[in-house]
Design a protein around this ligand. Structure first.
Ligand SMILES: Cc1ncc(COP(=O)(O)O)c(C=O)c1O
Length: 428
């Protein structure tokens, strides 16, 4: 058990000056926040030396681990050359190299990469590119988007518009543009076939809707949507911000689903969790629609200041090398089966678990809060797990674990055991 009292001073200081995302600051200190001071491999150490297994990969970005020697070296080497050079109308050798490497990996032909920093920015770029694509072709209509129920694409206004209604977006309804949300991928495919004249694009998170509590969708559904998009010419935007870079056991979930998107959004794990970097990837066909005279209205007038940052590019290159040399995907495949099996066993013994959902190294344990008579149960389970040295995160009634891709069998066992133990303690 970790001793938490020592952390309280930092939490007080934190509450005085910092506003945490997705966090009710009035009760911030009550949920055992971990104040990180350093990281090592799959562990985080707080300001008083308590050690925690990072079972959420610091919001799904850490792949190899914290403070990885090779990544540290890549960062320092690049800092000795140049840390940032603008990509607006100029270039940077490291960023070009990264794009060349990524071009070989993404399931798209002759892709082009527009770099940004956060995932939501990559989604905004995708929305604007799909919208302007039709304008550049001088084809009218094509101004709306179709998405999936339960979709989460980020917190900026455009990303929230294609995202589903939810506790985080409902209040902003007057600021969001209207988007149709279908209940499943087959309905979405039918919608595309029937409404292609009005659609600028269709957007999905393939196979796993992680931020909605690890909701799963099947590869056949993804394929059927992709084929409707291909047939009608409606660009398919695949948001792989959460699923990309090995999380589901393939480099990209699109490959697992057997599709080739028109636009992809990448982010989170791109730099192995070191620096914010995202990218909107577009097919040759879409990129060509933006070619025209200098300063003409065919230009995409959009760019983020730090997009394609040199330090982030150097890290991403080294990170992609490590994924390969350490054969990380093989580990993900093995640990995924273990996670799936052990969550099943854990849930069978506990009626309070309404459902478990897992794919790759995403796990969602939905609790029956009505049965427990406690709508905050999942939240409390995660706070309790901190006392056992395990960092989890709740999303509504669901406890989620998103282990680091290099996790060992013992660590997966420990995560699942801790979840079971904390559920028992809080629901008995
Ligand atoms: C599928 C998906 N898209 C977009 C985002 C937004 O990314 P960011 O938080 O980096 O803006 C997320 C974040 O969880 C996500 O899961």
């Amino acid at each position: 058990m970790n001793s938490l009292e020592n952390s309280s001073n930092w939490i007080d200081r934190d509450s005085q000056v910092v506003w945490h995302g997705f966090t009710q600051m009035g009760s911030y200190g009550e949920n055992n926040p971990v104040i990180a001071a350093r990281g090592e491999g799959r562990y985080i150490f707080d300001t008083h030396g308590n050690k925690y297994l990072d079972a959420i990969s610091s919001m799904w970005v850490i792949t190899i681990g914290h403070a990885v020697d090779e990544l540290n070296r890549a960062l320092i080497d690049q800092a000795g050359k140049i840390s940032h050079a603008t990509m607006l109308g100029n270039g940077c050798d490291r960023t070009i190299e990264l794009a060349e490497i990524l071009a070989e990996l993404v399931p798209m032909d002759s892709p082009r990469f527009l770099f940004a920093s956060d995932g939501a920015s990559a989604v905004e770029q995708a929305i604007k590119i799909a919208f302007q694509y039709w304008k550049n072709l001088s084809i009218g209509g094509h101004e709306s988007f179709v998405a999936l129920r339960g979709a989460y694409h980020g917190d900026t206004l455009g990303a929230m518009s294609v995202g589903d209604d939810g506790f985080y977006s409902g209040i902003f309804a007057p600021l969001r543009f209207p988007t149709v949300h279908c209940s499943d991928l087959y309905e979405m495919a039918d919608y595309v076939l029937a409404n292609s004249d009005s659609l600028a694009g269709a957007i999905i998170e393939p196979l796993v809707q992680a931020a909605s509590g690890v909701l799963l969708n099947d590869a056949l559904g993804v394929m059927s949507l992709a084929s409707a998009c291909k047939k009608t010419g409606v660009p398919l935007i695949v948001d792989e911000i959460a699923t990309g870079f090995g999380r589901t056991g393939s480099m990209f979930a699109s490959q697992e689903a057997g599709i080739r998107p028109d636009i992809m959004c990448l982010g989170k794990a791109l730099t192995g969790g070191y620096l914010p970097m995202s990218a909107t990837v577009v097919s040759e066909e879409i990129a060509q629609a933006f070619i025209g005279p200098d300063l003409s209205n065919k230009t995409l007038y959009h760019g983020h200041t730090f997009g394609g940052n040199a330090l982030a590019s150097a890290l991403a290159i080294e990170h992609l090398k490590l994924l390969d040399t350490l054969d990380v995907l093989a580990n993900v495949k093995e640990r995924s089966i273990q996670l799936y099996d052990s969550l099943e066993v854990m849930s069978r013994q506990r009626p309070i678990v309404a459902q478990v959902r897992s794919r790759g190294l995403f796990g969602g344990i939905e609790l029956d809060c009505d049965l427990a008579g406690d709508s905050l149960l999942a939240r409390k389970v995660c706070a309790k797990a901190v006392e056992y040295g395990v960092m989890l995160r709740s999303i509504g009634p669901t406890v989620t674990t998103v282990p680091i891709l290099t996790s060992t069998p013992e660590e997966i066992d420990r995560i699942v055991w801790t979840i079971g133990e904390c559920i028992d303690q809080l629901s008995s």
